[in-house]
Design a protein around this ligand. Structure first.
Ligand SMILES: Nc1nc2c(ncn2[C@@H]2O[C@H](COP(=O)(O)OP(=O)(O)OP(=O)(O)O)[C@@H](O)[C@H]2O)c(=O)[nH]1
Ligand SMILES: [Mg+2]
Length: 218
């Protein structure tokens, strides 16, 4: 929907969405991808089993631990982490390709992933932390995920409280009271960040062209 036929050449950015488990980050991420043509999801690799409804290659690349370890050893992952007993990682290649072609990348990754990206790619990084509106709502969302076992849900609730501390390292914080509002807010952040002067690498040439064209008109 967004028209990004900008006159200025621009470098792509990396938009990281993180949250405690169950705050609604993945839903926001998917809505955002529908809304914005120039935003692509960084599809992670994971050793977690595929859930019903998930598509291999679209939601995640589902791989086994041996393959994951091979990718880590070969340096194919930009970042990787152990989250809730499973391994997750961001393949390096798709990210580099997108940024060079002015495409923006969306990362649904945890705080450990953001930290590693910040160490390597700070200038391209924009990070948003999503919080649930209340403890009761967070508990309700985690329980309504019938796909997970009761044991898994209990563990995630215990962890959510710890994970909330990580908000401090993020650029933006959004309390997800209303899904549509939250999507709009993240999108507003994305749009504004695209116009940062440092990202618009073509601005210098553009101004010079304007100036020389003006001379011919004088
Ligand atoms: N560091 C890192 N974290 C990832 C990556 N991919 C996914 N994650 C995170 O791993 C956590 C678990 O994700 P999933 O297994 O899809 O489970 P989920 O039900 O979506 O869990 P929550 O989003 O935490 O509620 C989430 O916090 C994801 O953001 C990755 O490549 N790297
Ligand atoms: Mg999720």
């Amino acid at each position: 929907m967004t028209n990004l036929d900008s006159t200025l050449q621009r470098r792509g950015l990396m938009l990281v969405l993180s949250s405690p488990s169950g705050a609604g980050k993945t839903t926001i991420a998917n809505r955002l991808l529908q809304r914005d043509d120039n935003l692509r999801l960084s599809v992670s690799v994971t050793t977690r089993p595929r859930r019903p409804g998930e598509v291999d290659g679209k939601d995640y690349h589902f791989i086994d631990t041996a393959k994951f370890e091979t990718m880590v050893a070969a340096g194919e992952l930009l970042e990787h982490a152990l989250v809730h007993d499973n391994y997750y990682g961001t393949p390096r290649r798709q990210v580099a390709e997108a940024l060079d072609s002015a495409g923006d990348m969306l990362f649904d990754i945890d705080w450990q992933g953001r930290r590693q990206l910040a160490e390597k790619e700070a200038a391209d990084l924009v990070s948003v932390f999503i919080l649930p509106p209340s403890a009761a709502e967070l508990a309700r969302r985690l329980k309504s995920r019938a796909q997970d076992s009761a044991q898994v849900i209990a563990r995630r609730m215990a962890k959510a409280s710890d994970e909330m501390n990580q908000y401090f390292d993020y650029d933006y914080v959004i309390v997800n009271v209303d899904l549509e509002h939250s999507v709009r807010r993240v999108h507003a952040i994305l749009e504004a960040e695209r116009f940062k002067r440092v990202r618009q690498v073509g601005v210098r040439d553009f101004v010079q062209t304007l100036q020389s064209d003006l001379k011919t008109l004088r």
